[in-house]
Structures are given as structure tokens and as C-alpha cells.
Design a binder for this molecule. Sequence first.
Ligand code: HEC
Length: 121
Amino acid sequence: MRHLILGAALALLLPLSAQAQEAGDAAAGEKAFAPCKACHAFGKNGVGPDLKGVVGRKAGAHEGYNYSAALKGSGITWDEANLKEWLKDPKAKVPGNKMVYPGLKDDKKLADVIAYLGTQK
Ligand code: HEC
């Protein structure tokens, strides 16, 4: 009986934890965001554009920031999938953009950073 209950509990918990991982961990994402802080802040433009509310925003659309023509004309909206491609390899996603960042190759950190961005509304 004990085993049955334990088994049922595990069966319930496992898919939940798998989902949590896929969606990214915002707290871990805050740490993974550290290198981005050299250029980005929330609430003001710096070397890079203000990232407050960036999830769901049109690319190259934040007021007062001087974007590259490439990003401005990209037609991208920053949903999770586009952010993933962009942050993994900015040059490949938008050739000619001016974000000097080689890309975040670790999928877990990538998901975490995007989850963190989603909390900055
Ligand atoms: C060396 C400076 C630098 C670093 C480091 C950097 N960025 Fe950027 N980022 C920029 C610049 C500059 C742009 C604008 C690019 C353009 O106009 O072509 C930009 C654009 C962006 C955009 C698009 C914003 C918009 O309004 O369309 C996102 C999202 C973004 N960066 C996220 C990040 C994240 C997350 C990291 C860390 C993993 C990061 N960046 C690291 C400089 C940087």
C-alpha cells in the first residue's frame, strides 16, 4: 500500500518538475542574467535597450533607444521562441544587429534567463 501511494505521488510530481525545468527558473535566470547587465537594465536604456517588458514587445521598438536598422526592421516580436533563438546566436537570428554578445549556448540557462525576463514587466 505504501509503495502504491509513493508511486502515485511520484507519477504526479515528475511531470510537474519536468515542466518547471522546461519553462525556466526565474531565480536562476537572475544569476544567468549577470553578464547581460553590462549593457542592459530594467527601466532605462544603456549600451543596450531597456529590457523592462521586453517579452511580448516588438523588436527594436523601445522609445528613446537608437537601434540598428537590422533589428528595427526585423519584424520580430519577442515571444519565448524568438528570444531563445536570438539569445542563443544573435548574429544568426538578426544579421547586422549591434548587440555584441556571442550567445548563450547552455539551454538551461537560456530558459532561465527568458523566465527571468518574463518577470520584469
Ligand atoms: C555588450 C553589450 C550587450 C550584452 C552583453 C548583451 N546585450 Fe542585449 N543588446 C545589446 C544591444 C546594443 C542591443 C540592440 C541591438 C540592435 O539594435 O541591433 C541589444 C538588444 C537586446 C534585445 C532586443 C531588445 C529590443 O528592444 O528589441 C534583447 C531581448 C536583449 N538584447 C537581451 C539580452 C540578454 C538577455 C543578454 C544576456 C544574455 C544580453 N542582451 C547581452 C547589447 C548587449
